[in-house]
Design a protein around this ligand. Structure first.
Ligand SMILES: *Cc1c(COP(=O)(O)O)cnc(C)c1O
Length: 391
């Protein structure tokens, strides 16, 4: 997809301004239901609840503008926008498995994806094998007679490990196995799972699509057949669709997706340069860095990499890392990412301070997201953090 096409999708596709007083911004159609003039009109509408506006648990015009754009950006036929990324993942997988099935998942997927596999699905006799996704052969070796789904997350949002989407999709197709890929890290602007052969591309829209840290939402893109299958069962049964107001905020976020992603990526490269030259940084993990062990694959399937990465900080004690984080004034300590604001999460927040082991890289890992601020403003803050460690 070229930049002109992206502009057209973001600015024009799905807008029907003449239907709402030629207002430039679309209205929030805050209604639960839609009325009909004649029995025949109602009868016609009932024929397909996935196409007609009848009830907002199914279809809503504000959501429709958004889902048309998101499907097009992903190069997909159709799309559903739901109340969270976790919900998008859950119903995409659930719709495609039954009791007795086996799933192969990339190791250490997003925490709630892993919880779904480890705690919910075993109750329904669905088993999961985890494989190191850096070698596509591991998927091949893990396939069993009852394998029906392969779950991918590339890059992983903590380790940034990558899977070869095209070769895994090709393998899966040859065995009639459905593939799902979490594309939150790249968004369709930087990686196109569907074009690489993946069946379902999911995203946490809470991250870059929203971009303003004020909505939790998820996106599911796929073929008409696949989306219709999910819509008619899990989507409608759970009532999981996003609200008109949140759809409107997501549309507003989407208007600036390309400029935000470009700015975030440019900022990130400057900050990585700064960190590379810093003696207190042992290692940086960012897929589009020549030092990254999967750099060639990253370059092949990703256009760019956005603002999320990790670095391993040199520290002898948990206190040093705590001083680093606690002294920051601009970079916020918070989960999530993809918004306008830079964020940091230290690995030590997940363990008791007394359990700190300097020889364990994970304990010295700092995950950072670079937002839209001026790069030097962030660098000043990082310098403040590094200086605080020396005291
Ligand atoms: C945040 C995130 C999710 C979950 O999305 P929510 O919108 O928080 O439910 C899933 N996958 C990845 C990679 C994420 O970063």
């Amino acid at each position: 997809m070229n930049d002109k096409e992206i502009s057209e999708i973001i600015n024009e596709l799905g807008e029907q301004r003449e239907q709402y007083f030629n207002s430039v911004a679309p209205p929030i159609i805050q209604t639960s239901n839609f009325s009909f003039k004649t029995v025949n009109d109602l009868r016609n509408a009932f024929e397909d609840e996935s196409k007609n506006f009848i009830y907002s648990r199914a279809k809503n015009p504000t959501l429709n503008i958004l889902s048309e754009k998101l499907a097009a950006l992903d190069g997909a036929e159709d799309c559903l926008v739901v109340n969270s990324g976790a919900g998008a993942i859950f119903i995409s997988v659930l719709a495609n498995v039954k009791s007795g099935d086996h799933i192969i998942s990339v190791a250490q997927p997003y925490s709630w994806t892993q919880k779904m596999f480890d705690t919910v699905f075993p109750r329904f006799n669905i088993s999961v094998s985890y494989v190191d996704g850096r070698d596509a052969n591991n998927f091949k070796d893990a396939i069993r007679d009852n394998t029906t789904l392969i779950y991918l997350e590339s890059p992983n949002s903590w380790s940034f490990a990558i899977q070869d989407l095209h070769s895994i999709a090709t393998l899966a197709k040859s065995k009639n196995i459905i593939t799902v890929c979490d594309n939150s890290y790249c968004t369709p602007l930087y990686q196109q799972p569907i074009a690489l052969g993946i069946d379902i591309s999911v995203q946490s829209a809470t991250k870059y699509i929203c971009g303003h840290s004020d909505v939790v939402a998820g996106v599911i893109c796929g073929s008409n057949e696949m989306i219709s299958k999910i819509f008619k069962s899990e989507y409608m049964n759970l009532g999981i669709g996003t609200t008109p107001f949140n759809a409107w905020l997501l549309l507003r976020g989407l208007r600036t997706l390309s400029v935000r992603m470009d700015r975030v990526s440019a900022n990130t490269k400057k900050i990585i340069e700064f960190l590379k030259n810093n003696e207190q940084v042992e290692k940086i993990l960012y897929p589009l860095m020549p030092e990254f062990d999967q750099y060639e694959l990253a370059k092949k399937q990703m256009k760019d990499a956005g603002g999320l990465f990790s670095f391993i900080i040199k520290a002898q004690s948990a206190l040093e890392i705590e001083n680093f984080c606690n002294s920051l004034r601009h970079i916020l300590m918070a989960v999530s990412w993809g918004g306008y604001e830079s964020l940091i999460i230290p690995g030590i927040a997940s363990i008791p301070a007394a359990a700190f082991d300097a020889s364990n890289e994970d304990h010295r890992r700092i995950r950072i997201y670079i937002g839209l601020e001026d790069a030097d403003y962030i660098i000043d803050d990082l310098n403040r953090g590094f200086n605080s460690m020396k005291i």
